[in-house]
Design a protein. Structure first.
Length: 407
């Protein structure tokens, strides 16, 4: 009677179980092995020991490194159209905030998204999702927030879920209705917040289409008290919250996220030390988004050293969106997090594995340990530090995913 479904042998493992480093198991002289049963990791040990054991399928990976499959914990991957014309305007000197205040920016994507059918949104988003999957991503968060009315927010969330249904990716959806004030509520942000709390959020929760609720707290978006209303409504519906916080100014976003025990506070360029302390006390994850920092030509860096000093887990993500981060490469983001924010290669890998899982409230993945989901990325690199080093050359050999094993 075979003990395990699958035995991967002759591997080196970056387990990512520790807050520092790679949690390496195995070495070129003493290779390791991982056994999998029912889509979960059942055993980790040495290849020498593993040969004594039995499994339905035994595969030698020839000394390759494996890591937890990657997690992109912050994307706006579903949207209509693109913003290349706005990019051109910005290259000619206009600022992101000027464009937003003159009705462009997020609102131009809202118009394009409202005009798009579900199939059109799906067909545009699928290649972006596939690009991430080709780099080892297995879990993908996708936010709404370009619909801003009931029909289009529901459509976006259903398209996001469909990406999960029709690919090997596990998709988590986040309602980001409080992204900007839609034209129907122009000059009446409070009215829109009441609509979110009274109608939109309950309808989305009722349809079971959101795993979390996000908001954009910023001078060009919503104030702290407005976000607090949305968060209270989310809490009433037992939905966890996250926040786009302190990206362009210090609006006390980190403190607000902490107050509501948010899973994560994202961006954080302008977060103060007090904000970092609040995140630490709330056990929230700091999600850093170097793609937006790069695209907007920001100069204010997130408080990386303070996050380290206070022990706040740091995740990194693509923020894939048409306005501020038209980037569908987690490998590029790892390189940018290293080069722009000074993260170490191990911090970059932890940021797209262990800490990204925590930012989504998922404790069944992001590390390779007994009992965890068998979501495994197999690499052609000679060391996992290469993942934040290379840029533009594929490093993934393959992914082995629990979803496919259980299908
Ligand atoms: N995430 C967001 O939601 C905003 N910036 C960011 O990094 C706006 C995205 C957009 O301009 O469409
Ligand atoms: Fe974002």
């Amino acid at each position: 009677m075979p003990k395990w479904d699958l035995l991967l042998t002759d591997v080196q493992i970056a387990t990512m179980v520790d807050a520092d480093g790679y949690g390496a198991v195995g070495s070129p002289d003493a290779l390791a092995a991982v056994a999998i049963s029912a889509g979960q990791i059942a055993w980790i040990g040495t290849a020498a020991m593993a040969r004594e054991e039995s499994a339905d399928v035994v595969r030698s990976l020839g000394g390759r490194w494996i890591t937890p499959a990657l997690i992109d914990c912050h994307t706006h991957l579903v949207f209509g159209g693109n913003r290349a014309a706005e990019f051109e305007q910005r290259q000619q000197g206009a600022s992101y905030e000027e464009i937003a205040r003159s009705g462009g920016g997020i609102l131009s994507t809202v118009r394009a998204t409202r005009d798009a059918t579900a199939d059109e949104l799906f067909d545009a988003a699928l290649p972006r999702a596939n690009a991430l999957a080709r780099e080892g991503v297995a879990t993908l968060e996708i936010k709404s927030g370009y619909g801003l009315n009931l029909a289009t927010e529901l459509r976006m969330l259903k398209v996001a879920r469909r990406i999960g249904d029709e690919t090997a990716l596990d998709v988590r959806t986040t309602l980001l209705a409080a992204h900007t004030v839609p034209p129907e509520y122009s000059g009446n942000a409070d009215g829109y917040i009441d609509f979110i709390c009274g109608e939109l959020l309950p309808a989305v929760a009722d349809a079971g289409l959101a795993d979390a609720v996000d908001a954009y707290c910023e001078g060009i978006a919503f104030t702290g008290p407005q976000v607090a209303k949305v968060f209270n409504a989310a809490k009433d519906l037992k939905l966890p919250v996250k926040l786009h916080a302190d990206q362009l100014s210090d609006c006390g976003g980190a403190e607000l996220a902490a107050q509501f025990k948010a899973l994560s506070a994202d961006h954080l360029e302008y977060t103060s030390v007090a904000g970092v302390q609040a995140l630490a006390d709330a056990d929230a994850v700091a999600v850093l988004l170097p793609g937006a920092f790069l695209t907007l030509g920001e100069t204010q860096h997130p408080p990386v050293q303070a996050l380290r000093d206070f022990g706040v887990p740091i995740a990194i993500a693509t923020d894939c969106n048409p306005g501020t981060s038209p980037i569908c490469s987690i490998q590029t983001i790892m390189m940018l997090a290293a080069r722009l924010f000074g993260l170490t290669p191990a911090e970059c890998l932890g940021g797209v594995t262990r800490n990204a899982a925590k930012a989504l409230g998922l404790n069944d993945r992001g590390t390779l340990a007994v009992g965890q989901r068998a979501d495994i990325a197999v690499w052609n690199t000679s060391h996992p530090r290469e993942l934040a080093y290379w840029h533009g050359t594929p490093q993934l050999a393959e992914t082995l995913l629990a979803k496919a094993m259980l299908a």
